[in-house]
Design a protein around this ligand. Structure first.
Ligand SMILES: Nc1ncnc2c1ncn2[C@@H]1O[C@H](COP(=O)(O)OP(=O)(O)OP(=O)(O)O)[C@@H](O)[C@H]1O
Length: 603
């Protein structure tokens, strides 16, 4: 019921077109059904002498010139029958174009709304979401619904109308013959419904196998570099071969089942038509029915049997469409992130204060505990700690990608959760751990947030990120395309383009989440030097595992298992016997370095 309601809502704006599509198929069916009736009239009443009983047919025959005239000019009847077929063809054309137009419009609407909704889902959702699954729902599931709307739904309308109209005419022509014509119909119908409800499992198995094969393909193409680096080609080929074979086997099984069904169903239908022919011929020879009636019944029999045979298929496809609608509906049932447009939008200077902040992703599994520290506008704070200690989580809180559960975070004295989310994300620029570049040019990637930005700003940002020279060395410079078909960038180059993309926005708070890890120490120093020159522009958070990256920060926060275990400057922390010094010792192996530095500091 929910699925029907959602389908009805998606069809808003294209319902009228759809209605005209259904009217067209009803008219096409009407002209199809009329043809045998006029063939019968031609045989019995134009060529033969049986009087015409229907007033409407009499009117049409009179319109065409009357019985006597038509007897002499049989070609007029032939022309009339051709024109009925022509009209049928015209309405079938309209049915196809109108239902396609409306189903395409509906599918586009579903895709647009899905995309829109997915964009608005919270960061938390995307962290856990299965991308392949989301893509499948936005493509194959929407396609299943589209096909159902374009083909099956109008077909249902046409079939119901055919069944009603044909049965009505048959009963009017001859009740006994109608009984004979319908003996096997319930059997064929039950056979179709039972078969397709059973074969549904085979359809689903084939769909799942196709999905699995696509996932392997997608995963392989995405991770082809890892495959090559680990010489896993043979294993990957084997894995794909297995999924491909499974898909082929299941599809072959399905085709065999369908062939079996159509064969049996054809046999049953032929038996039914045979029964009509045998009984009809007998009754015709005895004079119980006319030859024209027998011809009409044979034609109607075929018209009647086709929708009955198709019904099972239509019902199965309808089931599949509703399953797809349910899967699409599941995405819509996830609440979107409320951006609180009417929250405060203060001018952000960059004074940040954490006070006893507590955070957890899952209930009773603390990730950050009692986090307390202050950073003044323009300062650089570095966060260091073992992997999984909560460094990234801490900065995610700052951009309100997640909400802290207890304590307080203030920016310039204003509680963070009172500040508009969109606004805060505009003011807190994050360079993420794994930079993602879009399939655009280098320049377009750097000015992603504002394509109208002046090119000079792009060059400046690239210089600060120490990538300007690299970009100039590319064949097309800033116009070089990156992404799948573009130039292959090194990990460090990607990171630096991502840094330029963030700093170009001149946010008052900038976060580098381990984003200098792929650049060499020299480039790291050069970037930090340039950043230092912009100190008055922004408060900077640097997450790193490298002492050389954090040592110049105004404040270093050492995290361990979600707790701040040390904080201070590089020299203050080196004096303490703690985690920082241990990391320092590991990274600067010769212990003398420490004494050398201390002497240098105290000199
Ligand atoms: N979305 C999430 N849902 C549940 N747990 C998560 C989620 N993201 C991270 N975690 C867990 O939170 C803990 C802290 O993760 P976080 O990424 O903040 O650590 P980190 O110090 O930045 O690590 P690294 O240095 O490896 O990047 C880890 O135990 C991690 O498994």
């Amino acid at each position: 019921m929910k699925s029907i309601k959602s389908l009805w809502n998606f069809m808003k704006g294209s319902r009228t077109i759809y209605l005209f599509g259904i009217i067209s198929i009803i008219l096409a069916t009407f002209f199809t059904v009329l043809t045998p009736l006029f063939i019968r009239t031609t045989i019995d009443s134009i060529i033969g002498d049986t009087p015409i009983s229907s007033v409407y047919i009499i009117k049409i025959i009179n319109f065409l010139g009357g019985r006597e005239y038509l007897k002499e000019h049989l070609w007029v009847m032939g022309g009339f029958l051709i024109s009925l077929t022509l009209l049928r063809g015209i309405f079938l054309y309209y049915k196809s174009t109108l239902s396609s137009k409306s189903s395409e419009k509906t599918a586009k609407k579903v895709r647009d709304e899905l995309y829109d909704h997915i964009q608005k889902l919270p960061y938390e959702y995307h962290v856990k979401a299965d991308t392949g699954e989301l893509i499948q729902r936005c493509t194959s599931d929407v396609e299943t619904v589209r096909k159902f709307l374009a083909v099956q739904l109008v077909e249902i309308g046409g079939s119901i109308f055919t069944l009603i109209f044909v049965s009505y005419i048959m009963f009017n022509l001859n009740v006994k013959m109608t009984m004979v014509s319908m003996i096997a119909v319930p059997i064929i119908f039950v056979f179709a419904v039972v078969f397709f409800s059973k074969v549904k499992v085979a359809f689903e198995a084939s769909d799942v196998a196709e999905g699995k094969m696509s996932t392997v393909l997608q995963e392989n193409l995405t991770g082809i570099r890892v495959v090559k680096a680990f010489a896993r080609e043979k294993y990957e080929i084997g894995k794909f071969d297995e999924k491909n074979k499974n898909y082929k086997d299941l599809t072959y099984r399905l085709i065999k089942l369908l062939a079996w069904y159509w064969g049996c169903s054809d046999f049953l239908c032929m038996m039914q038509i045979g029964a009509v022919l045998i009984v009809g011929s007998l009754w015709t020879s005895r004079g119980n029915i006319s030859l024209g009636t027998l011809v009409a019944f044979v034609s109607y029999e075929e018209m009647l049997l086709w929708p009955v045979r198709q019904m099972g298929r239509v019902l199965t496809d309808m089931g599949k469409a509703f399953v797809s609608l349910k899967r699409i509906g599941e995405i819509f049932s996830n609440p979107i992130e409320i951006m609180e447009e009417n929250h405060e939008k203060p001018r952000i200077e960059g004074n940040v204060s954490f006070n006893n902040v507590y955070f957890e992703y899952e209930k009773n599994k603390p990730i950050l505990n009692n986090i307390t520290f202050d950073v003044k506008k323009g300062e650089t704070v570095a966060i260091l700690g073992p992997t999984g200690s909560g460094k990234s989580s801490l900065v995610y809180l700052l951009a309100r990608l997640y909400e802290y559960k207890d304590g307080s975070i203030t920016i310039d004295g204003i509680e963070l959760n009172k500040i508009d989310k969109k606004w805060i994300r505009k003011n807190v620029g994050i360079v993420l751990q794994e930079p993602f570049l879009f399939a655009k040019t280098v320049k377009e990637n750097i000015k992603l947030s504002n394509p109208m930005m002046d090119d000079r700003k792009v060059f400046e940002a690239a210089k600060v990120a120490s990538i300007h020279k690299d970009i100039l060395s590319f064949e097309n410079g800033y116009e070089t395309a990156v992404g799948e078909r573009g130039v292959s960038l090194s990990g460090g180059q990607k990171q630096r383009i991502a840094i330029a993309r963030t700093i170009i926005n001149e946010c008052p708070i900038v976060v580098f989440d381990d984003s200098l890890s792929a650049v060499d120490t020299e480039t790291d120093i050069s970037i930090r030097k340039s950043l230092n020159l912009r100190r008055n522009l922004s408060t900077t958070f640097i997450i790193s595992h490298r002492i050389s990256t954090v040592c110049e920060a105004d404040k270093i926060i050492v995290l361990d298992k979600g707790n701040i275990v040390q904080q201070g400057t590089h020299y203050e922390l080196l004096k303490e016997d703690g985690l920082y010094k241990r990391i320092y010792d590991i990274q600067s192996c010769p212990h003398e370095n420490y004494e050398y530095e201390m002497n240098l500091k105290n000199a």
